[in-house]
Design a protein. Sequence first.
Length: 76
Amino acid sequence: MDNELKSSLLFQKRISKLSFPYIEECRGAIEATKKHKFSEDHDTNILLDGDLFNFRKNAISNTRDYAKNIRKEYQS
């Protein structure tokens, strides 16, 4: 399983107890961060831009900390 799929499933697990009607749309947007291809959905494109900005912000020198935090996120 890849990180994007894990993230979307974790989102679904945590939000499923609420009456949020856009779970599948959000999961699709989260999973779209795997390939970062232009989407017909404007909201997905905004998420992709933000995701790429995060990589730029966390330049190579911070890659180890970023990976460590990702691992920590999925331990719960």
